[in-house]
Ligand binder design. Structure first.
Ligand code: GRF
Length: 203
């Protein structure tokens, strides 16, 4: 098994399908010194995703994951090729940041206990899409976001870190999503730093 050298900092690969605001938050945390890491590769299954533009602006290596005509499926052979690209770039930790396809073998096998995700609810509540809207529709008084390990299920892996936000009177889905995202931008880098410290402790 690959091990991280103590004190070297984490080598991250980011997979995203959308805006990339969580990737930006990770970059900001690295720049301000609160997270010892570097991003070695950013991949998206959508060639027009803003996450790729953001990454390029920061001079990061980027690439497109080509799933052909599959709208949501992430075929095994594409997962294998993705794993190889990440490994070739030196990636040690894979961070999903708004990546809209399900991770299965062989990506999980290539990065055992090294793939994490951020989800906009207090898991196990409201897995799946538009979790903030699910929370609003359910009438809960608080929701939040979760950084968790990725397994073969839909947002089912063990929780690493969670943060709560209130649902306020008059909230719209958009307002609630914004409040959750503000917290995500603190929680994701904090969770990575926590994992980095744990790892260094074990080595
Ligand atoms: C975040 O809300 C995250 O919780 C969910 O997808 C969204 C990604 O946003 N998994 P961004 O692309 O990081 O801005």
């Amino acid at each position: 098994m690959r091990t991280i050298q103590s004190g070297k900092g984490m080598v991250l690969g980011i997979l995203g399908s959308g805006s990339g605001s969580n990737m930006q938050a990770i970059l900001d945390a690295i720049a301000e010194g609160s997270l010892r890491a570097r991003i070695a590769l950013v991949l998206s299954d959508r060639k027009d995703a803003f996450i790729l533009q953001r990454a390029e602006r920061h001079g990061l290596a980027t690439g497109v994951i080509d799933c052909g005509s599959w709208a949501t499926k992430f075929p095994d052979e594409v997962q294998q090729a993705t794993a190889e690209r990440l490994l070739a770039a030196g990636v040690e930790w894979v961070c999903l940041a708004g990546f809209m396809r399900m991770i299965k073998q062989p990506l999980l096998a290539a990065f055992p206990n090294r793939i994490i995700n951020i989800h906009p609810s207090l898991l196990p509540a409201f897995p799946g899409v538009a979790a903030w809207k699910q929370a609003l529709d359910a009438g809960v008084g608080e929701t939040g976001c979760t950084v968790h390990w990725v397994d073969e299920g839909m947002d089912t892996g063990p929780v690493i870190l969670q943060g709560k936000v209130p649902v306020l009177a008059g909230d719209t889905a958009e307002l609630l999503h914004q409040r959750i995202q503000q917290l995500e931008h603190r929680l994701y880098p904090a969770a990575l730093q926590l994992l980095s410290q744990r790892e260094n402790h074990q080595n």
